[in-house]
Design a protein around this ligand. Structure first.
Ligand code: FAD
Length: 324
C-alpha cells in the first residue's frame, strides 16, 4: 500500500506511507506494531528521548517488570520491523495538511514524507524543581511516582518536597511504603488540615526551612542540605515535576486542548483521535497519568481506529462492480 516518490504540488516527496507515527516510545511503537500486522505501511520517526530513559528499570508492565527501558523499546522496534514497519531516528518539525485530507510530515534531518494518517506519540517533558542535585539524580534516587519506583525504596528514609497538595499526596503515597517519610516544606506554610491528614497517615515529620541542595556521597544520595547548613539524611527524594506535553506538532494544527489536573493537554476521543481529522495522539502527549502499559494500550487502540479509517477510504475509492 506504499507509494514512493509521490509527485505533489510542492515537488517530489521522498516516501509515502499509510501512517507516519511521530515518536517511538511505547505508545508510538505499539500503534506501529498493530498497523504493520494488518499490512499497513508505517514509518515511526523517533527522536530517541523516551521519558523514562533516566531510569535503570521499567516497573509495572506485566511480563516485563524490571526490564531496562531501552531494552524494552529495542524489542518492540524489532517486532515492528518484523512486520515491515520502519523506524527512523529523526525529529518531526511539522505535520502539514496537504489540502486533500492527508499530510506531509517535515523532518528536521531534511526532507518530508507523505502520510495518509498521522499518530502523534511524542510524550512529555518533566520540568523539575530548581534545586541543585535534583536534575542530576532524576530517575535514580530522585523520584516522582510510587508505582514506578516505590517498591525499590520501601523502608528507606524518603524525603518529599512540598509543593502544595501534590507534595502531601506524594507523602501519603510513599507513606504506604516506608515509615520514614519526611516532608520538606522548603519555606512554605503547611495548612493545618494537610498537617492533620499527614499525622493521621503516620507521616512523621515535616521540616520547615528553605532547601539549599541535595547531598551526594560516593555516587549515592545521602541527604538534603537546608539553607542554614543543617543536613537531613535521606536515601530517596520525591519531587513533583511539572509535566508539559510535547505537543508542538499538534498545537500547530490547532487541535482542541482541555484542562487536566496536570495542566493543558490535547483532547482526544476514546480511540485517541484528535479534533484534527486524520490525526491521532496517544501516551504522555495527551495525558500525564499514562504509564508505559497505558501508552502501549492507547497505541494499540489508535492503530485499530486508524486502520478502520483507512479501510473505509480504500473501499470508498474502489469502483463498485456493475451487477449483471
Ligand atoms: C524517571 C521515570 C521513570 C519512569 N518509570 C516508569 C516505570 O517504571 N513504569 C511505567 O509504566 N512508567 C514509567 N515512567 C513513565 C513512562 O516514562 C511513560 O509512561 C512512557 O514513557 C510514556 O510513553 P510514550 O510513548 O507516551 O512517550 P515516551 O516514552 O516519552 O516516547 C516519546 C518519544 O517520542 C520522541 N519524540 C518527541 N517529539 C518528537 C518529534 N517531534 N519527532 C520525533 N520524535 C519525537 C521522544 O524522543 C521519545 O522517544 C517513568 C517516567 C519517568 C520520568
Amino acid at each position: 500500500m506504499t507509494t514512493s516518490g509521490v509527485e505533489r504540488a510542492e515537488g517530489v516527496v521522498a516516501d509515502a506511507y499509510d501512517v507516519v507515527v511521530v515518536g517511538g516510545g511505547a505508545g508510538g511503537l505499539s500503534a506501529a506494531l498493530i498497523l504493520g500486522r494488518v499490512r499497513r505501511s508505517v514509518l515511526v520517526v523517533d527522536a530517541g528521548e523516551p521519558r523514562n530513559a533516566p531510569a535503570a528499570h521499567m516497573q509495572g508492565y506485566p511480563s516485563r517488570d524490571g526490564m531496562p527501558p531501552a531494552e524494552f523499546l529495542a524489542v518492540v522496534r524489532e517486532e515492528v520491523a518484523g512486520y515491515g514497519g520502519e523506524v527512523r531516528r529523526d525529529t518531526v518539525t511539522e505535520v502539514v495538511p496537504d489540502g486533500a485530507g492527508e499530510f506531509d510530515v517535515v523532518l528536521a534531518g531534511g526532507g518530508r514524507v507523505h502520510a495518509r494518517r498521522v499518530v502523534v506519540a511524542t510524550g512529555l517533558v518533566d520540568v523539575l524543581p530548581d534545586l541543585p542535585g535534583v536534575a542530576e539524580r532524576w530517575g535514580r534516587e530522585v523520584l516522582h511516582c510510587p508505582y514506578c519506583h516505590g517498591w525499590e525504596v520501601r523502608d528507606q528514609r524518603i524525603g518529599v518536597l512540598y509543593r502544595e497538595e501534590v507534595g502531601v499526596h506524594q507523602a501519603l503515597l510513599f507513606g504506604q511504603l516506608s515509615s520514614e517519610v519526611t516532608l520538606f516544606l522548603d519555606g512554605s506554610e503547611l495548612p493545618g488540615e494537610q498537617r492533620e491528614l499527614l499525622e493521621a497517615a503516620g507521616v512523621r515529620a515535616s521540616v520547615d526551612g528553605k532547601l539549599a541542595e541535595l547531598v551526594v556521597t560516593d555516587d549515592r544520595l545521602t541527604g538534603v542540605r537546608l539553607a542554614d547548613g543543617e543536613v537531613r539524611e535521606v536515601e530517596a527524594f520525591v519531587v513533583p515535576p511539572r509535566m508539559v506535553p510535547r505537543d508542538g506538532v499538534l498545537t500547530a494544527l490547532g487541535v482542541r486542548t482541555h484542562e487536566t489536573p496536570a495542566g493543558t493537554f490535547p483532547e482526544v476521543d476514546a480511540t485517541g483521535m484528535t479534533s484534527f481529522p486524520g490525526v491521532w495522539a496517544v501516551g504522555n502527549a495527551i495525558g500525564a497519568a499514562e504509564q508505559v502499559v497505558n501508552a502501549a494500550s492507547a497505541g494499540y487502540r489508535a492503530g485499530v481506529a486508524v486502520n478502520t479509517a483507512l479501510l473505509q477510504d480504500d473501499l470508498a475509492a474502489r469502483p463498485v462492480p456493475a451487477r449483471s
